[in-house]
Design a protein around this ligand. Structure first.
Ligand SMILES: [Zn+2]
Length: 385
């Protein structure tokens, strides 16, 4: 079986796996892994009102520790394909750069790990020296992520699988391969502040109760700083993203005013503690005079943190050996499937350079793919040494 990351990446890019379509990507990956000796299971998850999603779990070895690689084969839509200088689903290499939707986010990363694992296995008589290597790959990351990693982890755990450490292959680097490991991500929580007044004529304000005054007052109180950061994280942040009154009538005092907000929070908070904090601020500012309530959207995006230790050290040294760079442990950026994996085992994120992710002409230098494969290969080797 080929352990050529470029060949695997090109084949994956040629699968039109625009979320939520499987597009042949998992079928292909299954074949590659099975030929390398992995036992592969596939499972489809459904939920009312969502598209059924195909998922894959592959493992080689029967003992612990189990080093898991996680990722997704679904990609965001390419947009207008005519604006690409290389077709988004052709897997073209030009000027030593591989082009295509998913090149960095994250079919390239999957190809590198698969190639690294196959190469390691070939050098060790077809199986890990000890323990197990597994791949947990979903087709539902880029969309709503309800029929993907969260369910797949539960499904395989119910079948007796245990994970010891995970590398999630999302594009973690900022400028150059080796500059960043993501060792945590902030949590995310959405809410709507609703202030209720009494509708009336603007010329007779004494007969009405304008909710806009109360809304402004409560917004000011709620958006005060939440904390000043933690050892691993920048300060949490609350942003109001929309104020919605929807009143088109110039002489009408509205009956209700709403304001949406999003909180990106660090490890000094939980969803519950934030709800209490924001609710208390609003209540204090209302002084018993503003009628309000807060609607919280359900969120599966809790904060995750993997503290510096032997596992991050192992990854950092593998990266340094291949690239000559010591990566920074970062906790910036949006959410990822690491928020689900952290409930099962320590997880860090390391993949390609993220600059072209989700953009037209998404691409990865062939040299980066070769180096990332070497890094994953070193991680595997060190892990089982
Ligand atoms: Zn991704």
């Amino acid at each position: 079986m080929t352990a050529d990351p470029i060949a695997i990446a090109r084949d994956l890019l040629r699968c039109r796996s625009v979320t939520p379509d499987e597009g042949g990507a998992l079928v292909y990956l299954q074949r590659v892994l099975e030929q390398g000796g992995f036992t592969v299971r596939r499972t489809v998850f459904t939920e009312p009102g969502t598209t059924p999603i195909d998922n894959l779990y592959a493992r080689i070895g029967t003992t612990q520790p189990n080093l898991m690689f996680a990722g997704h084969t679904d990609v965001v839509p390419p947009g207008d394909e005519k604006t690409w200088s290389h077709p988004p689903f052709a897997g073209e290499v030009a000027g030593d750069v591989l082009y295509g939707r998913g090149a960095v986010d994250m079919k390239g990363g999957i190809a590198c790990f698969a190639a690294a694992a196959l190469d390691y296995l070939a050098a060790n008589g077809g199986k890990p020296k000890q323990g197990s290597i597994s791949l947990l790959i979903t087709g539902d990351e880029e969309s709503i992520a309800v029929n993907g990693t969260i369910k797949l982890l539960k499904w395989v755990a119910e079948r007796g699988e245990k994970f010891d450490h995970c590398v999630l292959g999302e594009p973690s680097n900022v400028e150059v391969l080796g500059d960043t490991i993501k060792a945590g991500r902030r949590g995310s929580l959405n809410g709507v502040l609703v202030v209720t007044g009494k509708q009336g004529h603007v010329a007779y304000p004494d007969r009405a109760d304008n909710p806009v005054r109360g809304l402004v007052k409560l917004i000011t109180a709620i958006q005060a700083p939440l904390d000043d950061g933690s050892a691993q994280f920048d300060p949490s942040n609350l942003e109001f993203t929309s104020i919605d009154i929807g009143n088109k009538t110039v002489n009408l005092i509205p009956g209700e005013a709403r304001a949406r907000f999003n909180i990106r929070f660090n490890d000094r908070h939980t969803q519950d503690s934030l709800k209490r904090l924001v609710g208390q601020r609003a209540q204090d500012a209302a002084e018993g005079r503003v009628r309000f309530h807060i609607e919280w959207e359900p969120s599966n995006a809790d904060v995750f943190i993997t503290k510096p230790g032997p596992f991050t050290d192992l990854a950092s040294s593998a990266i340094a050996e291949v690239t000559g760079r010591t990566p920074k442990l970062s906790t910036t950026g949006g959410t990822s499937d690491a928020r689900f994996i952290k409930d099962y085992c320590p997880v860090l994120e390391f993949g390609l350079v993220g600059q072209t992710m989700h953009a037209v002409d998404e691409c990865a230098p062939v040299a980066d793919l070769v180096k990332l494969t070497a890094i994953y290969r070193r991680i595997i080797e060190k892990y089982f040494a």
